[in-house]
Design a protein around this ligand. Structure first.
Ligand SMILES: [Zn+2]
Length: 414
């Protein structure tokens, strides 16, 4: 979603960064189609293959790490040249597809230290793109817009007959799956999709609205706890070990960390199923509610152990897991009636792009009401509330002002 902002500062409260602004929006209307258009990527999985994969996982993991270490010695120019040549020499792609991919090579170059460059080069030199005017994803999901199959190295786009009909955000999402050297999917399914979605959002101008955006908050919360380094590694070779290790370093056992990942997978599985089948039974909703509670509880234990205070004191964490409490706290801090705050959209923190700012900017909306009394020639009158000005509020939460009750200060003073 692209916004052009015409900012006129009208009021400033207590030196806080909150302004009333006039915002001219462009293209912010979300159509039902866009809402329904969710993107699913699945790799076809064969049961027997799992057994093979489990047996060879350890060996592949070591091999992958070695390959990534080898990539560290490559210069950025060399990587750019290598990948560009691979795409341009690919006989399966047409010139428009090549151009789109080449335009995104800077992202791969920027991430070269986390990916197996030679593996990516091989994939890009033989990648195929297939367009299907009709049809569901390989898991039968009616909402699938695109998917990438690591084994066949084919990206399939649905409801599109050529690249012009594919949303750029869908294309980059699939393209960034190509860089993920995926070997082990059953425990990592949730992470593969949500890390890739956040990565896509942070590295492109386009906001990707997918089914995954509905539950990627848990990944963002985990990044807040263990930092983005384990997730940088994950985007390159999708093994959960660096994430598990970072969690175990804070507290608990490997088993505890793996249980958290399993619960995230289960959450994804249920959520996707519910949205695909349009099943909104109480049983599903209750189960998702219980899982969410459990996941947040587990993350909060890590958070508290790491920082020495509860994550209830952190506005950014509250924004992720408790919307109502977040609004309540914003309302208290900036003296705005909480009923007046309606979050229209937000620029969220950036975790995968060192050139972009990382802070939470919330665009909220509050109407100013005016009572309008009409008196008609026949002597009757009517009264109604008119919204005379529709103003926007921008609240910026950054690392300096995110903590409530001075918790950070207390800890620093220790
Ligand atoms: Zn995907």
């Amino acid at each position: 979603m692209h916004l052009s902002l015409g900012v006129s500062v009208k009021e400033k409260y207590n030196n806080s960064k909150i302004y009333r602004i006039k915002k001219h929006e462009k293209n912010t209307k979300i159509t039902i189609n866009q809402v329904l258009c969710v993107l699913i990527c699945i790799e076809s999985l064969i049961c027997g293959f799992f057994i093979y994969k489990l047996a060879t996982r350890k060996q592949r993991h070591i091999e992958t790490l070695e390959n990534i270490e080898m990539s560290l010695d490559m210069s950025t120019n060399y990587v750019r040249e290598l990948l560009t040549t691979a795409v341009n020499n690919n006989k399966n792609l047409n010139s428009d597809e090549k151009l789109f991919i080449v335009n995104n090579i800077p992202v791969f170059v920027e991430y070269k230290d986390y990916i197996d460059v030679n593996y990516l080069k091989d994939k890009l030199s033989t990648l195929k793109i297939v367009y299907k005017k009709k049809g569901n994803g390989s898991n039968g999901n009616i909402r699938t817009k695109g998917e990438y199959n690591h084994f066949t190295n084919i990206i399939t786009f649905y409801n599109a007959k050529s690249i012009e009909k594919v949303e750029p955000a869908t294309f980059t999402h699939e393209l960034f799956h190509v860089m993920q050297k995926t070997h082990y999917r059953d425990r990592n399914e949730y992470l593969i999709e949500t890390v890739n979605t956040i990565f896509n959002e942070n590295n492109t101008e386009r906001q990707e609205k997918t089914l995954y955006s509905n539950y990627f908050i848990f990944t963002k919360m985990l990044i807040e706890v263990i930092g983005n380094e384990p997730f940088n590694k994950f985007q390159g070779y999708t093994t959960h070990e660096p994430i598990v290790d970072a969690l175990v370093e804070i507290c608990g056992t490997k088993k505890d960390a793996c249980e958290l990942l399993d619960n995230l997978n289960e959450y994804k599985r249920l959520y996707d199923k519910m949205s695909n089948d349009f099943v909104h039974s109480k049983r599903y909703i209750d189960k998702l509610g219980r899982l969410k509670k459990d996941i947040i509880k587990r993350i909060s234990i890590y958070y508290e152990k790491k920082y020495g205070f509860s994550m209830e004191n952190d506005l950014i964490m509250l924004y992720y897991y408790d919307y109502n409490r977040f609004i309540e706290k914003i309302s208290e801090r900036y003296f705005i009636e909480s009923d007046d705050i309606v979050i229209r959209e937000a620029d969220e923190l950036n975790y995968f792009n060192r050139f972009k700012d990382s802070k939470l900017i919330v665009y909220a909306r509050g109407p100013i009401k005016q009572i309008q009394i009409n008196i008609y020639p026949n002597g009757t009158s009517s009264k109604k509330d008119n919204i005379i000005e529709d103003y926007n509020i921008i609240v910026e939460i950054n690392n300096e002002n995110r903590y409530l009750n001075n918790v950070k200060k207390l800890v620093l003073d220790k």
